[in-house]
Design a protein around this ligand. Structure first.
Ligand SMILES: [Zn+2]
Length: 264
C-alpha cells in the first residue's frame, strides 16, 4: 500500500497538499455552517459579503490568503471580515494534516476525516444557533458503516461499537430526562444526545468514557470563559466535538493504557 511515510519528500508534499485542501475545506465548512444556522441551502447560491450582499470574487474566496490580501476587510464595502473565518481555515488545515499523519492514506483516514469535518461544522452551527444539525450526524454514521470492510475492525469489535452507541446514547437520554425533571428545564439537547451516541460508535466504550469526561471539563471551562450563568442556554456541541477530535487523533495510547489496567 502507498504510504506518505515512504520518504521525507513524499511526506512533506502530502502535508502541503493536505494543508491547502484543509484550508479550502475550512472555508467551505464555515460558509456551510453560516448558512445552515440561518436555514439557507449551502449547496446553491454564490458566497456574498454578509454586510453589503455583494457576491464575492475569486480573490475574496481564497482561503487565508484572501483575508490577508484584503487586509481583513470586504473589498466592496470596507466592512471588517471577522477573524473567525481565517482562524477556522487555519484550524481546518491543521486538522487535515493531523488526520493524514495519524491515519496515512487509507479508508480509515477518509472515514475519520468525514467525521472530523462534520464535528467542525456542527460546532460552528451550535455556537451560532444552539442547534446540532442532523445532517452532520447522519453523514458520519453512514460513513462509519460504509467503511467497515476496510477499517480492520473484527466482527466482535464491530458489535461492541454498535452496542456502545446504542447503550451510551440511551444512558445519556435517561440522564438528560432525569436532569430535566430535577432542574425543571432542558439540561442536555437532543442533538447532544445523538452526538454522544455517534462518538461511542466511533470511539467504542472506553474512548467514549474519556471523551465524555474531557467534554465535561471543556464545557465547564468554556462556560466559565464566556461567563455564562446557569440560566442561559449554552452550546455543548463544540466541547463534545473538541474532546472527540482529540480522542480520535491522539487517544489510542490513552485507551490502550486504560484497557491494560483492566487486564484486557
Ligand atoms: Zn461588503
Amino acid at each position: 500500500m502507498f504510504s506518505i511515510y515512504l520518504s521525507k519528500e513524499i511526506l512533506y508534499y502530502f502535508c502541503f497538499v493536505a494543508a491547502l485542501f484543509g484550508a479550502a475545506m475550512g472555508s467551505f465548512l464555515n460558509c456551510a455552517a453560516w448558512r445552515i444556522a440561518r436555514g439557507e441551502s449551502f449547496l446553491t447560491g454564490r458566497s456574498r459579503c454578509p454586510a453589503c450582499g455583494h457576491p464575492l470574487g475569486p480573490v475574496d474566496l481564497l482561503p487565508v490568503l484572501g483575508w490577508l490580501l484584503r487586509r481583513g476587510r470586504c473589498h466592496y464595502c470596507g466592512a471588517p471580515v471577522a477573524p473567525r473565518y481565517v482562524l477556522t481555515e487555519c484550524a481546518c488545515a491543521a486538522l487535515t494534516v493531523l488526520c493524514l499523519l495519524r491515519f496515512d492514506l487509507s479508508a480509515l483516514c477518509l472515514r475519520n476525516y468525514v467525521f472530523l469535518c462534520c464535528l467542525f461544522c456542527l460546532s460552528l452551527v451550535d455556537l451560532d444557533s444552539f442547534i446540532i444539525p442532523d445532517g452532520c450526524l447522519l453523514l458520519p454514521a453512514l460513513a462509519w458503516f460504509a467503511a467497515l470492510p476496510w477499517c480492520g475492525l473484527s466482527a466482535r469489535e464491530t458489535v461492541v461499537h454498535v452496542l456502545s452507541a446504542l447503550l451510551c446514547g440511551g444512558a445519556m437520554l435517561a440522564l438528560a430526562l432525569l436532569m430535566d425533571k430535577l432542574l425543571q428545564k432542558e439540561s442536555l439537547g437532543g442533538g447532544d444526545i445523538k452526538l454522544f451516541a455517534l462518538v461511542a460508535l466511533y470511539l467504542g466504550p472506553v474512548g467514549f468514557l474519556f471523551a465524555l469526561f474531557f467534554s465535561c471539563v471543556l464545557g465547564l471551562l468554556f462556560a466559565a470563559a464566556t461567563r455564562r450563568g446557569t440560566g442561559t442556554p449554552f452550546p455543548f456541541g463544540p466541547a463534545i466535538a473538541a474532546a472527540c477530535t482529540c480522542m480520535l487523533l491522539f487517544g489510542q495510547g490513552l485507551t490502550a493504557w486504560y484497557l491494560s489496567l483492566l487486564g484486557l
